[in-house]
Design a binder for this molecule. Structure first.
Ligand SMILES: Cc1cc2nc3c(=O)[nH]c(=O)nc-3n(C[C@H](O)[C@H](O)[C@H](O)COP(=O)(O)O)c2cc1C
Length: 201
């Protein structure tokens, strides 16, 4: 039995968010194909995620003890480390990820839990796990003049790879805010792809 962590980063509800319309179908198909698996939904807007303070930085660095698993920030890093698979659903905001998702990553990228320092540098501890990043964007970044500006999926892939997760699939619905585009068709095509990926995820 695998444990899948479904990380949602958008204040919109499932029906209003194009990202969530795709990710919810991913989860639905995944459940159909893996009824025995545990799915933990983490809606970041419902959690008490905040920007790290000086006190937070002091309390999360250093040696970990048995009580670290109950720490209000470290508990998220342990929860992440205990999962086998990750679905990250977040729209593109200002060429990157929503700030709350970055704040969450600051909670989970913790030395001694998801990676460690060695004489060769940092080594990811999340080996053998896999992730999918689902994202809706208003413009187009897979081709064309703005492709070099894309920092959401590039960042997600980089930080997950840093933590040792090498298999990162991406599902993007783009051009959604371009006037004249058939939004329904773009979302439906991305949803079909999500359902296909979910079958073997
Ligand atoms: C705060 C904010 C910033 C945004 N920045 C970008 C951006 O940099 N590039 C882009 O293509 N779309 C941008 N958008 C548009 C969204 O990515 C796009 O509308 C997407 O479909 C929203 O997904 P959702 O329906 O899941 O919320 C932004 C939207 C918001 C609310």
């Amino acid at each position: 039995m695998s444990k899948l962590l479904y990380i949602k980063a958008n204040p919109k509800n499932d029906d209003a968010s194009r990202t969530f319309r795709i990710s919810e179908q991913f989860i639905k198909t995944y459940k159909e194909y893996n009824p025995q698996d545990e799915i933990i939904t983490l809606d970041l807007y419902k959690e008490k995620i905040h920007f790290l303070t000086l006190d937070d930085i002091n309390s999360i660095s250093g040696p970990k003890t048995d009580s670290s698993k109950e720490h209000p920030i470290l508990k998220y890093a342990y929860q992440f480390a205990e999962a086998d698979k990750y679905v990250i659903a977040a729209p593109m905001w200002n060429l990157g990820i929503p700030s709350i998702l970055k704040a969450y990553i600051d909670y989970i990228a913790i030395s001694g839990i998801t990676f460690k320092y060695t004489e060769q540098g940092a080594v990811g501890l999340m080996k053998g796990k896999k992730a999918v990043h689902i994202m809706a964007t208003g413009g187009e970044y897979t081709h064309g003049p703005f492709s070099g500006f894309e920092m959401a999926n590039r960042y997600i892939k980089a930080i997950l790879t840093f933590m040792g997760i090498e298999l990162v699939e991406t599902i993007v619905a783009e051009r959604l805010d371009i006037i004249g585009e058939d939004v329904g068709k773009i979302v439906s095509e991305a949803t079909k792809r999500a359902q296909e990926v979910a079958k073997t995820f």
